[in-house]
Design a protein around this ligand. Structure first.
Ligand code: NAD
Length: 244
């Protein structure tokens, strides 16, 4: 049990990687706040965790709404008394829309969900983590935060911003006991990529396959646990070697 008695908030936990992380964290002993817009999906994840004798709570959250984020943090504190881990996972894709085709509305939505929500959530949990002198945050970026051609203009820019923000928090708050790292997944099989993967070749990936949600969840457990306690501000690719 690598996360025994830890309380973890996971956003976007009703589907894909967030769901895999919620299930995996609970199996490692964490009490999980399964936060998502999709309440039905979140409830189903909680039910699965409880069937396996784990502990979890579903909270309806639109990560662009400050009031929802405050409610999510309050739910964690009221039910479990502390927040040890936050996995900022909720995100949307821009379907490779280049800059000239991106409307300002699309740009704002992608930035609001993929980046601004991480800043807002981090600011809500940081004061208490600093007070306790400990806390771990894992941001789900993307290899689109490291290289181009893995998304359109807004997605690529938003994920690069997540990488920069992760490093900023690591640099400024590391000395206060905060450990923050980012995961940069390559192409992972989830509902988000299901359609794209029907036609996408794997030959540019040295391992010659796409990744699985549970493989990213394994990395998230490592980054959330004490096993990675000297890692801070790292951006870890999990991409079968695509970016080497
Ligand atoms: P997914 O679509 O399967 O799951 C995303 C979840 O986020 C859904 O449950 C959705 O309801 C939730 N969500 C979306 N907008 C939300 C909002 N405003 N408020 C609350 N919840 C919201 O996607 P996934 O593939 O599991 O992606 C998870 C993260 O990983 C995203 O940040 C994505 O950018 C990133 N990522 C995915 C891949 C990939 O290949 N799948 C690669 C790199 C990075």
């Amino acid at each position: 049990m690598r996360l025994q008695n830890k309380v973890a908030i996971i956003t976007g936990a009703a589907s894909g990687m967030g769901k895999a992380e919620a299930l995996r964290f609970a199996s490692e002993g964490a009490k999980v706040i399964v936060a998502d817009l999709n309440m039905e999906g979140a409830e189903a994840v909680v039910a699965e965790i409880k069937e396996n004798n784990g502990e979890a709570l579903a909270v309806k959250v639109n990560v662009t709404e400050q009031a929802d984020l405050e409610n999510m943090v309050k739910a964690a504190m009221d039910n479990y008394g502390q927040i040890d881990i936050v996995i900022n996972n909720a995100g949307i894709f821009d379907k490779y829309t280049n800059s000239l085709e991106t409307t300002e509305q699309q740009w704002d939505l992608i930035f609001d969900i993929n980046m601004k929500a991480i800043y807002k959530t981090t600011n809500l949990v940081l004061p208490n983590m600093i007070e306790r002198g400990e806390g771990t945050i894992v941001n789900i970026a993307s290899i689109a935060g490291l290289v181009a051609q893995m998304g359109g203009a807004a997605y690529t820019a938003s994920k690069h911003a997540v990488v920069g923000y992760t490093k900023h928090i690591a640099a400024v708050y590391g000395s206060k006991g905060i450990k923050i790292n980012a995961i940069a997944p390559g192409t992972i099989r989830t509902p988000l990529t299901a359609d794209m993967l029907k036609t996408r070749p794997t030959n540019k990936i040295p391992l010659d396959r796409f990744g699985n949600d549970y493989e990213v969840a394994d990395l998230a457990v490592f980054l959330a646990s004490d096993e990675s306690k000297f890692m801070n501000g790292a951006v870890v690719p999990i991409d079968g070697g695509y970016t080497i």
